[in-house]
Design a protein around this ligand. Structure first.
Ligand code: HEM
Length: 178
């Protein structure tokens, strides 16, 4: 099975291309480790291709995904307070929408990783504890899987889509735990 090209240090997370703000990945060693993390979850070229094929279905259902996400978040009193204090539901729905759609561009490159590290840091600053962050990802995953089934792909394709999707969500959680 063909491994994703970005695993190669020459094409992925090169030190020379690092965007500012990616403090936790400023060493070559950190970048190589991230490549190893991706290898470990078996993220490969075919996953990235599949993400791109899934994109229209996700875009069609983006409101359902973000609405469900935020209604579950504001059900938790202390999370709602964090949002009210630092932002607003409407603003966050919009940023989450962009964030989600971008996953399905299937370009896990330096920019993608850096952006997610920055967002993880923003959440640390607003005092969002990792347990809530991880709960939020599970919530997101539940809705995603529902959407995949609703969109009626065939069985084999659904299985692959769920596997691919969970890899990408897991990668994002790995970045949050950095
Ligand atoms: C900001 C995504 C969970 C509260 C953001 C931003 C994104 C994002 C893309 C925008 C960052 C920017 O302004 O550039 C996510 C994802 C989550 C998640 C993918 C989990 C799957 C949560 C949860 C809360 C939360 C559970 C509950 C309190 C906030 C707040 C900001 C923010 C308050 C704005 C911070 C600011 O503008 O100062 N999030 N979020 N997020 N998120 Fe989340």
């Amino acid at each position: 099975k063909k491994k994703v090209a970005p695993y190669e240090p020459h094409s992925f997370l090169r030190a020379s291309e690092r965007a500012p703000g990616s403090e936790s990945h400023h060493s070559i060693q950190g970048q190589e480790e991230l490549n190893e993390q991706m290898r470990m979850i078996d993220l490969a070229d075919d996953d990235l291709e599949l993400l791109r094929r899934m994109k229209p279905a996700i875009v069609r259902n983006i409101d359902e995904i973000t609405d469900h996400f935020y209604s579950s978040v504001i059900d938790v009193g202390k999370l709602e307070q964090i949002i009210v204090k630092h932002s607003s539901i409407d603003r966050l729905k919009q940023t989450l929408r962009e964030h989600i759609v971008e996953i399905f561009d299937g370009s896990v490159d330096n920019r993608y990783i850096t952006k997610r590290l920055v967002i993880a840091n923003i959440h640390k600053k607003v005092g969002l504890e990792p347990k809530w962050y991880l709960s939020a990802f599970q919530n997101l995953q539940n809705v995603f899987i529902g959407v995949i089934y609703k969109e009626a792909f065939n069985d084999a394709e659904r299985l692959k889509m769920v596997q691919t999707l969970t890899k990408l969500l897991n990668l994002e959680q790995q970045l949050v735990l950095e």
